[in-house]
Unconditional design. Structure first.
Length: 71
């Protein structure tokens, strides 16, 4: 089962050890999924707040995959 995270700093901390980070952009929400060796962590962010977080995520995570849904 995935674990939902609500703290941005915790997400970036996990992204440093993650194998892959996936960003799924919907019209009303952006879901960030961070896959570590043992667990999947998720976080929901509003689209206007996501831009700054994505820039930090790209620096922290080894592989970032972006998917846009429902444009």
């Amino acid at each position: 089962m995935p674990t939902e995270i609500f703290d941005e700093s915790r997400l970036l901390e996990l992204a440093k050890i993650a194998m892959r980070c996936k960003v799924v952009k919907y019209t009303d929400v952006v879901k960030i999924k961070v896959k570590t060796r043992r667990r999947l962590y998720t976080m929901k962010v509003e689209p206007r707040k996501a831009h700054g977080l994505l820039e930090k995520l790209k620096k922290a995570c080894k592989e970032v995959v972006e998917i846009e849904v429902g444009k």
